[in-house]
Design a protein around this ligand. Structure first.
Ligand code: AVJ
Length: 330
């Protein structure tokens, strides 16, 4: 290669940059090209996702917020130990801005629960921002942020005495393909005991037009969010995607329950990746599959949970049955 701006990492360790390089090479070499939605969230992608959560069509965030508000007492009671003074840990996987979590945190503090909030994220900046806002909004809360991936954080916390109540909100679980979802839940169960609890947010199947609209909003914010992945590759892998030649496309398949998002090549084109000394051809209307957002039913949630060794302890939904927060016991 003539291009040397991306040296191989020292000591054989994978840097995040080379993980992206390998992912892109593999994903765009497949017969049906695909990239992981995990890579949406650079700074601009995170900003656009904040905008998505405020869209009129994007019902999940506001629905889960209302559901947590309505059921905070019952959810709090299901998460905390029976003995009111027994200390416990409230872990949150992928905490984000914590807007929804603050409902539960405030409620637990008001009822005198003895707990430490452990937000887990791989982004140190996101955790620092959350910790700062909590210091002013909930100054009496004990916070121990952990910068780690979810599995490492859980293993780390498993050695500490006390119940672990683990939150995985926002239908993030919907991004996994069924096999990956199964493996993810099994791995979560590994370091937990039957005294621990898991709260998972699931988006429910509903009017298919409502679901589709949530991923193809009229202001085009979701389109910009999807297309931002190409901007990221242009910047980080020195690619030359011409964004004017790409479109956002999404469909909802009621049979599988999957919303699938794609980037569509509007004409035959070649894209070069200078940092990889590599180029990829796209046919006219060829697509890159960029995201799965699965929608669930009560039976599909129970089956998913039980297959991974969890028991469904409680099932909370909003008044319209749009979204479910489900308490699982290992
Ligand atoms: C953050 C995974 C819950 O799938 O609904 C929003 C991401 N993608 N609009 C979802 C997303 C397009 C979102 N999750």
């Amino acid at each position: 290669p003539t291009h040397t701006s991306s040296p191989a990492p020292a000591g054989g360790a994978l840097t995040p940059a080379s993980a992206l390089q390998q992912h892109v090479r593999a994903g765009l070499s497949r017969p049906f090209k695909a990239l992981s939605s995990m890579y949406f969230y650079d700074d601009e992608g995170s900003r656009l996702f904040q905008q998505i959560m405020a869209l009129p069509e994007y019902y999940p965030t506001r629905t889960e917020f209302a559901l947590l508000t309505q059921h905070q007492a019952a959810i709090g009671a299901a998460l905390r130990p029976q003995e009111p003074t027994e200390p416990f840990f409230l872990l949150e996987l992928g905490a984000g801005d914590g807007l929804k979590t603050k409902i539960l945190l405030r409620h637990l503090l008001e009822t005198g629960a003895q707990f430490t909030y452990v937000p887990v994220d791989i982004s140190e900046a996101a955790l620092a921002g959350l910790a700062a806002s909590l210091r002013t909004e909930l100054p009496t809360l004990h916070v121990e942020p952990v910068v780690a991936d979810y599995a490492d954080a859980l293993r780390l916390m498993a050695s500490r005495p006390g119940r672990k109540a683990v939150l995985f909100l926002g239908s993030n679980i919907g991004n996994f393909l069924p096999e990956d979802r199964h493996r993810f839940l099994q791995n979560l169960a590994l370091p937990l005991t039957s005294d621990d609890r898991l709260l998972v947010g699931f988006d429910l199947q509903k009017d298919p037009r409502l679901i589709r609209a949530a991923y193809d909003d009229s202001q085009g914010v979701t389109a910009r969010f999807n297309l931002n992945l190409l901007r990221r590759l242009n910047r980080e892998l020195e690619a030359d995607f011409d964004l004017a030649q790409w479109q956002h496309y999404t469909d909802y398949d009621p049979l599988s329950g999957a919303v699938r998002s794609f980037l569509v090549s509007c004409r035959a084109q070649t894209v070069r990746f200078a940092a990889l000394d590599w180029a990829v051809d796209f046919a006219a209307w060829e697509m890159i599959h960029t995201e799965n957002s699965y929608k669930f039913t009560r039976p599909s949630i129970a089956a998913t949970a039980e297959a991974a060794g969890f028991t469904v302890q409680a099932f909370f939904t909003d008044a319209q049955d749009y979204f479910a927060d489900v308490i699982l016991q290992p």
